[in-house]
Design a binder for this molecule. Structure first.
Ligand SMILES: [Zn+2]
Length: 286
């Protein structure tokens, strides 16, 4: 299992904010000391404008350097532009590794799936998973699926990829919940699986599996996963019920598709995040 990460992604912080550096540093610590999954570590160059501008407007890219908060949840930080480019760069590297046949996770922050073409929101600045999917399409992949199991709807990814030929987006998320979208399918290629709060694990798994079956029918050459771990029973930001073994099962289910897959960390705010990520990696690699 290859992990693409970089200690720079833990160097910005808003005190008290749930999207905090410890999410990554505690995960790195656990992955270094565990023996279940053999890990190789990699770094990536930052994403360049040519890649970013497939998913975002030039105005949005310029706005990242204006020192004003984006919304109440999404602060401006010094060098947030570089941090977001590093995170998108790691997703791009993960995409390249998957195409070479490697199992790979981009373990970075900030996350990306709420960032739209022209707006930072929901702790997200650049939509790393869309940037990587669009780069794959621009470099020879004909069909790429995006599977988003973060508990929040991937509104930014949906808005960026809406009706883009060669892409299909599948989001499984709590509804109602932030950001309020994702109640129904949109366009030709965005398929939403809204799940009521407090849905029992067994049922939640069933819905995750239905979305995977749907994804299989799209016959993708490559799968990009927005891997958020906030549908966990003890996550502070949502009201779902999954346990670590459900993430292991989800990893296994993705592996069994037998297709190149790369995963990009999105949300997950409980102190158990490192164990959840390890369970997922166990499933996707063993
Ligand atoms: Zn989330």
């Amino acid at each position: 299992m290859k992990i693409v990460t970089d200690e720079n992604c833990t160097s910005y912080n808003a005190p008290g904010h749930p999207e905090r550096p410890g999410r990554i540093s505690a995960t790195v610590e656990l992955l270094r000391k565990q023996k279940d999954v053999p890990i190789s570590w990699a770094k990536a160059p930052p994403a360049e404008n040519a890649s970013i501008l497939r998913a975002h407007t030039p105005e949005h890219l310029a706005r990242l350097n204006v020192p004003e908060d984006f919304d109440a949840d999404t602060a401006w930080f010094p060098n947030i532009d570089e941090r977001a480019r590093a995170s998108a760069g790691a997703a791009l590297e993960a995409m390249r590794c998957a195409r070479r046949g490697e199992s790979v996770l981009s373990l970075m922050r900030p996350p990306g799936h709420h960032a739209t073409r022209r707006k930072a929101m929901g702790f997200c600045y650049l939509n790393s998973v869309s940037i990587a999917a669009l780069e794959a399409l621009a470099t020879g992949v004909e069909r790429v699926a995006i599977y988003d199991f973060d508990v929040h709807h991937g509104n930014g990814t949906e808005a960026i990829l809406l009706d883009t030929p060669g892409t299909a987006f599948f989001s499984i998320h709590q509804y109602p919940c932030y950001p309020g979208t994702g109640g129904r399918n949109v366009g030709d290629n965005c398929f939403n699986y809204p799940v009521p709060p407090l849905t029992p694990r067994k049922e939640y798994r069933h819905i995750l599996n239905s979305a995977l079956e749907h994804l299989k029918n799209f016959e993708p050459e490559l799968i990009s996963v927005s891997a958020g771990f906030d549908a966990y029973a003890r996550d502070p930001l949502a009201q779902e019920t999954l346990e670590a073994e459900d993430y292991e099962w989800l990893g296994q289910s993705l592996r069994k598709l037998g297709l190149p897959v790369f995963s990009v960390l999105e949300g997950g705010y409980s102190d158990d995040l490192p164990e959840l990520i390890l369970a997922y990696l166990r499933g996707i690699t063993l």
